[in-house]
Write a protein that binds this ligand. Structure first.
Ligand code: DC
Length: 242
């Protein structure tokens, strides 16, 4: 190593697997399972935007939905100390914000909408970037989101874009709510999914889209098991695992 080499920052990263796509396509389930299987960390990037969205709502920053204050949202984002930690419950990671464990409320549809609202702002996205990228400096990573393969980890070893029709995603959500004994209005759920898709895909900064080198999977007619098997095989082809 030359003297100048030793001055370089440590940029070595571990393998990164990106799973992008719209909500309800099954990213979370497959990402969690892959992370467990490979002994990697899990980055649930949607949770970051959900937390910012929820806190912004609590502070009244989302009241004028057509005229939000980007600087105030940036300041809020920078004030949050967010950590993920392995959870006791299957398929989850715990989220700790400013030393407080965040409850399930952050996962509901309403908070998903708040997340999508704050996620359009470049300053909010920038404020969350280092936290996400730093996770790849500590261990292998499975990253689930919208812009993992295009913006956050453009050099990732594996990129997958997992999608499904809005109809299929709404049906899954209805089933999920019914199975947990909650009321489910399919028309309302479908409308929310479609509105969120449009906002996430049309925003000018880091829109939800497949990287050019991503494997495309449409899960509309596939079981979670079939999706997992296909992605695992792709990781094997890419030399990430055996
Ligand atoms: O994946 P999710 O449903 O938890 O994401 C909630 C919202 O957060 C989503 O509608 C858009 C935003 N998001 C984003 O803009 N970029 C990401 N990498 C992840 C989520």
């Amino acid at each position: 190593m030359s003297a100048s080499d030793s001055m370089l920052p440590n940029t070595a990263t571990y393998p990164v697997i990106c799973i992008d796509g719209p909500s309800g396509a099954g990213k979370g389930t497959v990402a969690w399972r892959l992370a467990q299987d490979l002994g990697y960390q899990l980055l649930d990037s949607g949770a970051l935007y959900r937390i910012v969205g929820l806190k912004a709502h609590q502070l009244g920053l989302l009241e004028q939905s057509d005229n939000l204050d980007e600087d105030a949202l940036e300041a809020l984002t920078k004030s949050l100390d967010i950590h993920f930690s392995p959870s006791e419950s299957l398929g989850r990671v715990d989220i700790i914000v400013n030393d407080e464990l965040i409850g399930n409320e952050v996962r509901n549809e309403t908070v998903g909408g708040y997340a999508s609202q704050v996620a359009v702002f470049p300053k909010v996205r920038q404020a969350l970037l280092a936290l996400q990228q730093d996770m790849a400096l500590r261990s292998g990573l499975v990253a689930d989101g919208r812009d993992m393969g295009t913006v956050v980890f453009p050099n990732a070893n594996v990129k997958v874009f997992l999608t499904a029709s809005a109809e299929a995603r709404a049906d899954r959500r209805v089933l999920q709510l019914q199975n947990s004994g909650q009321h489910a209005d399919k028309a309302e759920i479908l409308a929310n999914i479609q509105a969120r898709d449009v906002r996430d895909e049309k925003r000018s900064t880091a829109p939800s889209k497949a990287a050019n080198d991503a494997l495309m999977i449409d899960s509309s007619a596939l079981s979670a098991e079939a999706v997992y098997t296909e992605i695992k095989r792709y990781c094997q082809d890419k030399g990430i695992c055996f």
